[in-house]
Design a protein around this ligand. Structure first.
Ligand SMILES: Nc1ncnc2c1ncn2[C@@H]1O[C@H](COP(=O)(O)OP(=O)(O)OP(=O)(O)O)[C@@H](O)[C@H]1O
Ligand SMILES: O=P(O)(O)OC[C@H]1O[C@H](OP(=O)(O)OP(=O)(O)O)[C@H](O)[C@@H]1O
Length: 213
């Protein structure tokens, strides 16, 4: 039996990322009828609400918890979902946390791209392969743009939202790989087992973000 099947059909377990998405995710889910509030700042990693457990995770772990059925549903950026390579049911585009994954270089750079720094090696590999660019990919964890500034890499593939990080560091966006927004993701077994609880939430979220069902 999967973890989802072991729990009561009335109880929902949600996987939410602890970073910049958390507050808006909790607000939206509460407006969709779930009895949630923003967890108090503490070292507690699991938060209990009436009929709902919230697991506070790193972004990259949200697709894992939902795909393996430990969480019934979750909220995560499309960028992280694509990078996970997992085929998870993604019923609602929540239309916040909008950004794009882009190829970035120092302003005016024109030499060959031999090395690319990124937190998104899968997306980077796919992009470079499709263009026949045999670049080495260096997986980094944060402040990715520094790789292009320091010469660690000839280009980076990273998120752009307002563009202020680019402007502040004399960098430019050379190409856009894809656009990303936050998504509701749902475990397929949970959708059947907890239909009564999940369906109304999905429908309400669709109404809230103005997406046709
Ligand atoms: N500057 C940005 N503006 C808007 N949305 C963003 C921005 N940067 C990231 N996002 C979106 O928000 C998600 C979470 O970003 P956040 O900055 O919280 O992650 P993080 O702290 O880098 O995560 P982790 O360290 O766990 O990888 C990203 O996956 C992306 O979908
Ligand atoms: O276009 P902007 O509005 O400047 O946003 C883009 C920046 O935001 C993200 O970084 P974040 O602040 O999450 O830090 P990180 O690099 O440590 O993930 C991203 O990696 C860019 O650096």
């Amino acid at each position: 039996m999967s973890p989802a099947e072991l729990r009561s059909p009335d109880h929902l377990t949600l996987a939410l990322p602890k970073g910049r998405i958390l507050e808006e995710a909790v607000t939206l889910l509460a407006r969709a009828g779930l009895p949630l509030t923003l967890p108090e700042k503490s070292r507690a990693l699991r938060h209990e609400f009436p009929g709902v457990t919230v697991l506070e995770l790193r972004n990259q772990d949200v697709p894992v918890y939902v795909d393996l059925g430990v969480a019934d549903a979750g909220i995560v950026g499309k960028d992280v979902l694509l990078e996970s390579g997992r085929q998870i049911y993604e019923p609602v585009d929540l239309r916040f946390a909008g950004c794009r994954l882009s190829l970035i270089r120092e302003v005016g750079a024109s030499g060959p791209i031999g090395r690319v720094g990124t937190k998104y090696p899968r997306a980077a590999r796919e992009y470079l392969n499709a263009r026949g660019i045999p670049a080495e990919i260096v997986k980094l964890s944060g402040n990715i743009e520094l790789a292009a500034l320091t010469g660690l890499a000839d280009a980076v593939i990273d998120l752009v939202q307002t563009g202020s990080t680019l402007r502040a560091n004399h960098l430019e966006e050379v190409d856009v790989l894809f656009h990303s927004t936050a998504r509701l993701v749902v475990n397929r077994a949970a959708l059947k087992l907890r239909r009564e609880r999940l369906r109304p939430v999905i429908e309400r979220l669709r109404e809230l973000v103005g997406e046709p069902g």
